[in-house]
Design a protein around this ligand. Structure first.
Ligand code: GLN
Length: 285
C-alpha cells in the first residue's frame, strides 16, 4: 500500500462508508481511526499529516469494508461504552443503546435512599443495565437474569471487566419467576425484546446482525411486558418498583398491563428523541 497520511486514511475510510450508504459515515470512520490508530479528532487535527503505519492501515481498511457491508460498528470494535463503562459486545448479544441510559437513571432515582436495595435485571443481555447500576450504586445487591448462553458469556466477562460484583443467573423470564421468593426485590428492571415481529426486517440492516431473541417482542411487541408484569409482580416488595425500557409508542399499553397487575404511580421518562422510553410503576399500596 502506498504511504498514506493519517488524514488520508481517515478520509478514504469515510468516503468508502459514505459510498456504501452507511449512516453516520464520518462518525464511524472517526471511531475506527481512534480504535485502530489511537488517534481521536484532536490528534487528527494536530498530527494528521504524519504517515500511517501500513500494518494498521490494512486492519483499518478491513474494518471499513466490514462496516460498509453492514456489520455494526460496535461488533467490529468488539467493545462499546455505556454510561461511562466499557462493555464487550459481538454477535450473540444486543448492543447497549444510549436510550437505555434513561432507564438506568430512573432506576437510580427510585432506589435513592433505600439501604442495600435488592434489584433484578431481567433479559440482562450484555449486563449494561445491571453492571452500570451496581457501579453507580455499590450498596445495591444486583442480580442479572439471562437465557442465552452467548449473551451470558458477554455478561460474565463484562461484570469482571468492570469489577462489578453482581449475581448472574441463567434463566427464562417465562418460567423461572418461581425460583425467587415473593417480595424478594426492591426493584425489577428490564429492557426486554420489544420490536413487533413483522417489523424487524423492515428496520436498519444493522439489526439483522443482532440476536433476534433480544429484539422480537411478538405480534404487538408487548409479549414480554405481559409475561414479566404478570409473572414477576409478586416478586417485588410492596412499594417496590418495576422499571421498563419501552419501545416507541408502547408506553400506554405497557402502563395498562401494569395497572391490571396492581401497579400504581405509573409514569414515564422521555429519551433524547422525545419518545416515552422508560415506563415505571410502584407495586401495591
Ligand atoms: N432498542 C432496540 C432497537 O430499537 C430494541 C431493543 C429491544 O428490543 N429491547 O433497536
Amino acid at each position: 500500500m502506498e504511504n498514506l497520511t493519517l488524514n488520508e486514511v481517515y478520509r478514504r475510510g469515510e468516503a468508502t462508508l459514505e459510498g456504501a450508504g452507511v449512516p453516520d459515515a464520518e462518525v464511524d470512520a472517526l471511531y475506527l481511526t481512534e480504535n485502530i490508530f489511537g488517534a481521536d479528532r484532536t490528534a487528527l487535527i494536530l498530527h494528521g499529516d504524519r504517515p500511517a503505519d501500513s500494518g494498521l492501515c490494512r486492519r483499518f481498511f478491513d474494518c471499513i469494508d466490514e462496516r460498509a457491508s453492514g456489520r455494526p460498528l460496535q461488533y467490529i470494535m468488539g467493545t462499546w461504552n455505556f454510561m461511562g463503562y466499557d462493555f464487550y459486545v459481538g454477535e450473540g448479544v444486543l448492543i447497549p443503546r444510549d436510550d437505555t441510559e434513561t432507564t438506568v437513571l430512573r432506576a437510580l432515582k427510585l432506589l435513592n435512599g433505600r439501604e442495600a436495595p435488592r434489584v433484578i435485571d431481567l433479559c440482562s443481555g450484555s449486563g449494561a443495565i445491571a453492571i452500570s447500576l451496581k457501579k453507580m450504586m455499590p450498596q445495591a445487591q444486583v442480580t442479572a437474569l439471562e437465557l442465552s448462553e452467548d449473551a451470558l458469556g458477554y455478561l460474565k466477562r463484562n461484570a469482571e471487566r468492570n469489577g462489578a460484583e453482581i449475581t448472574i443467573v441463567k434463566g427464562d423470564v417465562s418460567t423461572d419467576a418461581e425460583k425467587f421468593a415473593d417480595g424478594s426485590f426492591d426493584m425489577i428492571v428490564s429492557n426486554p425484546p420489544y420490536i413487533i415481529s413483522n417489523q424487524i426486517d423492515t428496520l436498519q440492516r444493522e439489526l439483522s446482525y443482532e440476536p433476534r431473541m433480544a429484539l422480537d417482542g411478538g405480534k404487538d411487541g408487548l409479549d414480554f411486558y405481559r409475561i414479566i408484569t404478570e409473572r414477576w409482580a409478586a416478586k417485588i416488595k410492596p412499594n417496590g418498583w418495576l422499571v421498563y425500557e419501552t419501545g416507541e409508542d408502547e408506553h400506554e399499553a405497557t402502563a395498562d398491563i401494569m395497572k391490571a397487575s396492581g401497579f400504581c404511580d405509573i409514569s414515564y421518562d422521555l429519551d433524547l428523541q422525545m419518545y416515552k422510553r422508560t415506563t415505571y410503576g410502584r407495586f401495591g399500596k
